[in-house]
Design a protein around this ligand. Structure first.
Ligand SMILES: Cc1ncc(C[n+]2csc(CCOP(=O)(O)OP(=O)(O)O)c2C)c(N)n1
Ligand SMILES: [Mg+2]
Length: 886
């Protein structure tokens, strides 16, 4: 208000009195209406009134409007105190001997926020309710274990093995479904991914409901976010979509403890005010939960608004410092700023002042905020809860900059923590930091259990499997196993779209298919699906599409099947994760196919792909327009020569680079079988190309090799005199390899066995497995890797070419007994025709032929002069610069 000098205080008072009268007699809604009308009138009359997204620095819900918690607060306080202690104890005990780390201060600030949720709000899946989904802040994991321990869900031994997982009895450092598949649902510790995934989870639940796949109506997604974590663009980047989609099934709780790892979050500002403006501006329902109940009487007496003014003026850096001191300090440096306020607290002791609590530590206020949030309709809600980092840790960390990583507490601090929370631990036991439990039959244990049973059971808990789906046999794709026929040239992308068409029509799994596109449908030739399947929209289609008169018009529909994400790969990936974990979250398997420019896949959203692996996601990722030389024209930023390498870093990601229609059909069918019938926790990355060519029929018995990663595509005819080479190729470059075999035969009388390599990644994994076994069983008959078994009875050296970096094909070198020459596309891409690019990157048929001859010469099966002859014959300049460096 200081921005505007008050030129006429009497007039001001008249307006304020009028407003007060409306508030008293007609209520806040009427007052709101009148104010909006006044602002509207002023603007229409030409006045410039800049928008302010902020409200005063007080709780959004006034005391009179608070819904009262039905809980027993004394019992809840004891439960929470034990939970705090055990969380602290497990971190201290784990670090006494092993130094494995862990966090105390984060949960200490959030304990009450979780406790109220567990006791009163969060449903587990049951017959009555599908279950709420809670994204827990990664660093608060000890507190969640602590509660589970008190409920008998975890043992003391497990707590003692916090962060010591290798023996099998431990607890993971953070929420990881991969490591604790019956417990954790969401990997949240990579800051920013939790909030992003939660938004798309909430949206996907609306999708499932609209399509009649699952009833998700009463279910909520709760997402706990750190106030430091909101710095991540991923945390805030999708809040607009949550509002646009009216995700009233979504509740964010931002734990505003004013600190992050190194220090204050907004020392010079106010994080709650900043976030209020961001979220309100984006269209969210914002509930500020700043002050605890002890402030209510003071605020009620603040008729002149002076306390309010002081609250507004004080910055977060100061608020933090206050809580690292004591009541006397707060009296002097907070209330002391204005004599009237000093007077206001004159009859309060320093202890009374210290007890003035923050909203996020007040179970009554939290209950009121949660209850308002779950009832709110038409908008997502964010609760901005002010807390104290390291609450209760006293000198060992309360509100101190070092607190985030504090994992040691001396005896004095432990004793004062014990006293503060009234914990039954004798002095002579305090240094052992014993775990605390409520006895069987105690009111506290009964209370905890009863409240959880009333809400359907324990949380967190993760469902491992859903009903298996009936997946189509390979024969359903018969048409793809035959030759495409003369003149029928198509790309593998087209083949994929056709396969998808077969799948969406399948009577068993058609409904479960979720096509996901980030504004690239036309790039991949999928626009036909707009009309056929519809693009899901929660409001249907409110306009006549421009192309309404066309066969394949842009159809949005409440029952639409396609998720059109716009230009947002992280969002599309989050939708894919939601669909790919639907078997666990919703008990119904969905089959997502997310197709994207391969360059904007793993490289762009790699951390989400990692989280997908941790989440045990099941689904298909399709890297479209892949290959460094196959997407001609687009250039350096678009031409991908390494996505397979990144894919290979994720242990449960199975990746393929197929060349032909039948390969793709076999891979997809087996993927469906493994993920949705056998329910293996794996996901697929398949690259697709946009080069058109004819597709041959599947060689007899190729299925097994296609899936393992290689099979003999064509055997070279040779007698004993003819030198022979083994040629390997993958993706479209296989066709260059096939052409090279012709050249070798015609020009040099060399025979070639041609192998189609569907996955160097899978071949390497298999080889490593065999080698490992041999290492550990030195005297047993050695196991052969699949690569070795393929080449065991084959003669001649080996040469490989792919449209990826050389290291991709190089991965199998260790399993090849013979000399091995690898071609690949290292270096930045650029735009040109495919022919020119393949020449430039040295992966065209001529280079393959030269490489084959060189491999033969290295084995002394040909004179070296033959290689020189080939270089000349094919017009290759040996002094051409290396494409990596130009
Ligand atoms: C992407 C990412 N970057 C950095 C970290 C390391 N890190 C873990 S916690 C933390 C500070 C968190 O502060 P805040 O979000 O405020 O949570 P609090 O513990 O205060 O509740 C940081 C930087 C991480 N886990 N993920
Ligand atoms: Mg914080």
């Amino acid at each position: 208000m200081d921005r505007f000098p008050d030129h006429d205080p009497q007039e001001t008072q008249e307006w304020l009195d009028a407003l007060e009268a409306v508030l008293e007699q007609e209520g806040p809604e009427r007052a709101h209406y009148l104010l909006e009308r006044l602002i509207d009138k002023a603007r229409r009359s030409g006045a410039y009134l800049p928008f302010s997204a902020n409200t005063a620095y007080v709780n959004t819900i006034p005391p009179a409007k608070e819904e009262h918690s039905p809980g027993d607060h004394a019992i809840e306080h004891r439960i929470r105190s034990y939970a705090r202690w055990n969380a602290l104890a497990m971190v201290l005990r784990a670090n006494k001997n092993t130094n494995v780390g862990g966090h105390i201060a984060s949960f200490a600030s959030a304990a009450t926020l979780y406790d109220v949720g567990f006791n009163h709000f969060w449903h587990a899946p049951s017959e009555k309710h599908g279950g709420d989904l809670v994204y827990i802040q990664g660093h608060s994991a000890p507190g969640i274990y602590s509660r589970a321990f008190m409920l008998g869900r975890l043992t003391e031994e497990q707590l003692d093995h916090f962060r010591q997982e290798v023996g099998g009895k431990g607890l993971s450092s953070y929420p990881h479904p991969w490591l604790m598949p019956d417990f954790w649902q969401f990997p949240t510790v990579s800051m920013g991914l939790g909030p992003l995934m939660a938004i798309y989870q909430a949206r996907f639940m609306k999708y499932l409901h609209d399509r009649g796949v699952a009833n998700t109506e009463e279910r909520k997604v709760w997402c706990f976010v750190g106030d430091g974590e909101v710095d991540e663009p991923e945390s805030m980047g999708a809040i607009g979509i949550a509002a646009r989609e009216k995700l009233d099934n979504l509740i964010f709780v931002v734990n505003c403890n004013l600190q992050r790892l190194d220090g204050p979050v907004r020392g010079n500002g106010k994080i709650i005010q900043e976030l209020e403006a961001d979220f309100r501006g984006a269209g969210w329902n914002v509930i500020k939960l700043i002050w605890g109940s002890y402030w209510d009487p003071l605020l009620a007496r603040d008729t002149k608004g002076l306390l309010q003014k002081l609250m507004d003026e004080c910055v977060d850096g100061e608020y933090q410092t206050f809580k690292s001191k004591d009541g006397a300090y707060v009296r002097k440096y907070f209330f002391g700023k204005y004599p009237e306020l000093l007077e206001m607290v004159a009859n309060m002791t320093d202890d009374d002042i210290w007890r003035l609590n923050r909203g996020g530590h007040d179970p009554h206020k939290i209950y009121a905020a949660y209850s308002a949030a779950v009832k709110h309709k038409g908008q997502p809600t964010v609760i901005l809860a002010k807390t104290v980092k390291g609450y209760g840790m006293g000198e060992a960390g309360e509100s101190q900059n070092i607190t985030h990583q504090q994992k040691k507490m001396g005896t004095i601090s432990l004793k004062s923590f014990r006293d503060r929370f009234n914990l039954p631990i004798p002095d002579d036991k305090i240094e052992e930091v014993p775990y605390l439990e409520f006895a069987e039959g105690s009111p506290e244990l009964n209370y905890m259990r009863e409240h959880r049973m009333a809400l359907g059971g324990y949380l967190p808990a993760r469902r491992r499997k859903a009903e298996p789906l009936v997946v189509p046999p390979l024969s359903a794709f018969d048409a793809f196993l035959k030759a495409s026929g003369e003149g029928r040239e198509v790309s593998t992308t087209m083949v994929f779209v056709r396969l998808l068409n077969v799948l969406v029509k399948d009577k068993n799994i058609g409904k479960h298919i979720v096509p996901i596109v980030p504004d690239e449908s036309r790039t991949f030739g999928m626009e036909g699906m707009f009309r056929q399947l519809g693009i899901w929209s929660s409001v249907g289609q409110l306009y006549t599409p421009q192309d309404a008169d066309q066969l394949m018009f842009y159809k949005e529909d409440r029952n639409g099947q396609i998720l059109q994400e716009g230009i947002c790969e992280p969002g599309a990936m989050s939708s894919w994760i939601a669909a790919a974990t639907s078997y666990s979250m919703h008990g119904v398997s969905m089959i997502p196919f997310y197709i994207f420019y391969s360059m904007f896949g793993f490289q762009r959203v790699g951390d989400l792909a990692w989280a997908a692996g941790d989440s045990r996601a099941r689904g298909f990722l399709l890297g479209g327009t892949s290959g460094r030389t196959t997407l001609n024209g687009e250039g350096l930023q678009h031409e991908d020569g390494h996505s397979h390498l990144i894919a290979s870093t994720i242990p449960n990601c199975v990746s393929y680079d197929p060349a032909f229609a039948y390969e793709l059909a076999v891979i997809m069918q087996d993927g469906l079988r493994r993920m949705y019938k056998e329910q293996e926790d794996i996901f697929y990355y398949i690259t697709l190309m946009n080069e058109n060519y004819a597709h041959p029929a599947m060689p007899n018995g190729a299925e097994e090799g296609i899936l393992k990663g290689m099979y003999l595509f064509r055997e070279g005819q040779s007698d004993k005199e003819t030198p022979k080479v083994q040629l390997l190729g993958s993706g479209t470059i296989l066709r260059e390899v096939i052409a090279a075999a012709e050249l070798l035969k015609q020009d040099f009388g060399v025979a070639s066995d041609i192998w189609s390599i569907t996955s160097f990644n899978q071949l390497r994994r298999d080889g490593i497995e065999a080698n490992r076994w041999n290492l550990l069983h030195p005297e047993a008959k050695p196991r052969l890797s699949y690569v070795e078994s393929c080449f065991r009875e084959r003669s001649g050296p080996v040469a490989a070419a792919t449209d990826y970096m050389k290291v991709y094909a190089d991965q199998i070198r260790a399993f090849l007994p013979k000399s091995y020459l690898v071609l690949g596309t290292d270096g930045f891409g650029r735009s040109d025709t495919r022919e020119a690019l393949r020449r430039f990157f040295e992966v065209d048929r001529h280079y393959v032929a030269v490489a084959a001859l060189k491999a033969l010469a290295d084995e002394e099966m040909l004179p070296k002069a033959k290689v020189t002859e080939a270089l000349k014959k094919y017009g290759i300049n040996p002094d051409k610069p290396n494409p990596v460096t130009v």
